[in-house]
Design a protein around this ligand. Structure first.
Ligand SMILES: Cc1ncc(COP(=O)(O)O)c(C=O)c1O
Length: 401
């Protein structure tokens, strides 16, 4: 018999993944071009050419024993130094290689950080709506996820609500901006208020409360400034990933960054490097470490995402849907017309449109539409969305029901 904990995790298996499977089933039945799958944050654009060139360069110039061998658990020293230099150039910071731990994507980074910080019964705060896996990650290390809602219409988290949720057991707050699922970018003012609250509470309880900045969408913003969280709060551990920015989710590559003045820096960085080994991934994929170090300044396909964003936002707004304007990431957060997100997602499925109910992200009453898809998927879906709008009485267009 499997463990009680895994039994519970298996039974709570992600709704999003289930929808992905459902998309494949519908595609087999109706043809891929007739299914409009907005369920998963799997980038449709290929990685920039520079990524392929970097991989080839690694293969052609680095001895195979170095490319494919073991290295320090935290990653190749020169890769960690290159990441630190790149951050220092961009943000005026003083990272050094020691504070950079290469990870298996953001999911790997988050688990390494949580394993490093959590004692059984410790609390980690998530600001809802949030990436659905946080709860599993916290529970995996015997921590508890405490949820603090960020409210409509702005979905900017509120410092008073955060303060009220902090207890002596609070170890960390996960902040994800640009946000999955809302597409909202937290403003500097929001972050400063949250940071002030954490500083006060850390002092009150006599131990640091860390921010875990989950940043796979850092580069995906459409003209809006994405504040660098360590510049407002010292005790921040950044978890970055190239999954979204360079369309490399299957390659599993990212890093954790800890600034030298963070609380318990030496112990923390040592422990992070050991946690990678205890968890069992040991080190981040070696070839990809060497490749990403060569493309640190390469930008994502922002023009493509911006075009999708406009097409979807303008199209759905014109049909009468109430959408949160997305400043970042590649998700549109749409109000379920009568407040029932599950019923709305089920109704969309009747038109072969796959969208995820917001309750999967602790954001009931909304749905998430991932627009990291082909432009033709958005264009092709509009007839179905028009019928949905009609069904819910939003527009004058006819409904087929
Ligand atoms: C907010 C957020 N955090 C973490 C992850 C995991 O990213 P990765 O694939 O790099 O592990 C995702 C993936 O969708 C995400 O949306």
């Amino acid at each position: 018999m499997i463990s009680d904990k895994m039994l519970q995790l298996t039974q709570n298996n992600s709704v999003i993944r289930a929808m992905f499977e459902e998309g494949n089933r519908l595609a087999a039945e109706f043809g891929r071009e007739n299914v409009f799958d907005f369920s998963l944050g799997n980038p449709n654009f290929p990685p920039p050419d520079a990524v392929r060139e970097a991989i080839i360069d690694v293969l052609n110039t680095v001895p195979p024993t170095e490319i494919h061998g073991y290295m320090s658990n935290a990653g190749y020293p020169e890769v960690r130094a290159a990441v630190a230099d790149s951050l220092n150039r961009r943000f005026g910071t003083e990272y050094d290689a020691r504070g950079i731990v290469m990870t298996v994507g953001a999911a790997g980074g988050l688990n390494v950080v949580l394993k490093t910080l959590i004692n059984p019964g410790d609390e980690v705060i998530a600001l809802a709506p949030y990436f659905v896996e946080y709860g599993n990650y916290a529970r995996n290390w015997d921590g508890a996820l405490v949820v603090v809602p960020a409210n409509p219409p702005t979905f900017q988290p509120n410092a008073d609500a955060l303060t009220a949720a902090i207890t002596e057991r609070t170890k960390a707050v996960i902040i994800n901006s640009p946000n999955n699922p809302t597409g909202v970018v937290y403003t500097r003012e929001t972050l400063q208020n949250l940071a002030d609250a954490l500083t006060r509470k850390s002092r009150e309880y006599g131990h640091p409360i860390y921010i875990i900045a989950d940043e796979p969408y850092r580069e995906l913003s459409y003209g809006t400034d994405v504040p660098w969280i360590p510049s407002v709060y010292r005790d921040t551990l950044v978890c970055y990933s190239w999954s979204k920015s360079l369309s490399l989710p299957g390659e599993r590559i990212g890093y954790i960054a800890v600034a030298p003045d963070a609380a318990d820096y030496e112990l923390l960085t040592d422990a992070l490097g050991i946690a990678t080994r205890v968890i069992g991934f040991v080190n981040a994929p070696s070839l990809m470490q060497l490749a990403v170090a060569r493309v640190l300044d390469v930008q994502p396909n922002l023009a493509g995402y911006a075009e999708n964003r406009k097409l979807l936002y303008d199209g759905l707004t014109a049909l009468g849907f109430d959408c949160v304007y997305p400043d970042g990431a590649f998700y549109l957060w749409v109000k379920a017309p009568n407040g029932d997100d599950k019923a709305f997602a089920a109704a969309a499925k009747q038109y072969n449109i796959l969208i995820v109910p917001g309750s999967s992200f602790a954001g009931a009453g909304y749905v998430r539409i991932a627009y990291c898809v082909a432009k033709s998927t958005i264009e092709g879906s509009m007839a179905g969305f028009a019928k949905l709008a009609g069904k819910y009485g939003l527009s004058k267009l006819t409904s087929d029901n």
